[in-house]
Ligand binder design. Structure first.
Ligand code: SAM
Ligand code: SF4
Length: 331
């Protein structure tokens, strides 16, 4: 039986931050002045990550997503994947910016990586540099090709998604181009509404509501057909007759999906967060290092879940609320 919160939501998904570090500086994620990095000794070790994952798998978690920061910047990212791959998960997923992916993907696949999400906000090299403050578009596109070659595809046993943060006046004019890609390749392109986090200077005028992105795609490609999404899905997905891929919209701002939330998060320094937007945290690292038993760890998570809110606040309240920068939470 999975752990449930006060609203009866079973928590079967864990997002695990592997690091706060990143080799990109995306304008919506990394504060312009950078972030003060947590000392290495305060980060979860490989053994601690494995233990927390194993304890939570024992409570019914069957899906783990590795994130960050850029998870592949962590030197032992493949080893972490191998260890988690032995826990018998239904899904072992990775969200990455793709820069360090191509070489590691065969090992990650062998380690049991079932679901791959690559973040890519533009198909234009100059914009890639503006958004991420680094070059690298060709490297990311090369990694995506390799992923398709290794069998990551929406119609196979392993999935492949591309995350696109939609930003007004920055990349909103590329929605139809991304859709053209989804038309001919077996990928899911997910448009994400840009969200406020500490230090990212969020401004609601940057938001492109998911309906506007959908309309821009339909204006070029014709009407989209809705697909049947599960109750805990973060995205509404659509396709068109004859398309190989599909489109998804993650509307965290204009149409939050809290009612079906099944997610727990553990940051790279071991803080449990029961909501991406909740400032409340509990250090599982400290619990482990002070000798907590597995049962005591489960009790801590259960207590934190009992305090989980039914839904996160509206976007303007969130923009004015203290929280960590996204890069230290894990998107
Ligand atoms: N570095 C990896 C990457 O970029 O895929 C993993 C971590 S990143 C924080 C996870 C996801 O969060 C990425 O798809 C990124 O685009 C998204 N993200 C980061 N900041 C965001 C924001 N302010 N609003 C919406 N999505 C955001
Ligand atoms: Fe790095 Fe990912 Fe944040 Fe971009 S979105 S700065 S790649 S952690």
């Amino acid at each position: 039986m999975a752990l449930t919160d006060g609203f009866g939501r079973p928590h079967t998904t864990l997002r695990l931050g592997l690091t706060e570090r990143c080799n990109l500086r995306c304008v919506y994620c990394m504060p312009a002045e950078g972030i003060p990095l947590t000392p290495t000794r305060a980060m979860l070790t490989t053994d601690e990550i494995e233990r927390l994952a194993r304890v939570l798998v024992g409570t019914g978690v069957d899906k783990v997503r590795l994130t960050g920061g850029e998870p592949l910047v962590r030197k032992d990212a493949v080893e972490v994947t191998e260890r988690l791959g032995r826990l018998g998960l239904r899904s072992l997923a990775l969200t990455t910016n793709g820069l360090l992916l191509e070489d590691r993907l065969p090992a990650l696949r062998a380690a049991g990586l079932t679901d791959l999400t690559v973040s890519l906000d533009t198909l234009r090299a100059d914009r890639f540099q503006e958004i991420t403050r680094r070059p690298g578009l060709d490297t990311v596109l090369g990694a995506l090709d390799t992923a398709l070659g290794l069998g990551y595809a929406i119609d196979g046993p392993r999935s492949l998604k591309v995350n696109v943060v939609a930003m007004k006046g920055v990349n909103e004019d590329e929605a139809a181009d991304f859709a053209a890609w989804a038309a001919c390749a077996p990928i899911e392109v997910r448009f994400i509404e840009v969200m406020p986090f500490d230090g990212n200077g969020w401004d609601r005028t940057e938001l492109v509501p998911w309906t506007a992105t959908r309309d821009a795609i339909e204006a070029v490609h014709g009407p989209l057909t809705p697909l049947d999404d599960g109750p805990s899905s973060t995205a509404r997905t659509f396709t068109r007759p004859g398309w190989r891929g599909r489109i998804g919209f993650v509307a965290s701002m204009t149409a939050p999906f809290c009612a079906g939330c099944t997610r727990l998060r553990i940051t790279a320094d071991g803080a449990l967060k029961v909501c991406l937007f909740g400032a409340r945290e509990l250090s599982l690292r400290d619990a482990l290092r002070s000798g907590a038993t597995d049962a005591e760890v489960v009790a801590l998570v259960t207590a934190a879940l009992a305090g989980k809110a039914a839904a996160h606040a509206g976007m303007d309240v969130l923009a004015a609320t203290d929280n960590r920068p996204m890069i230290t939470i894990g998107g």
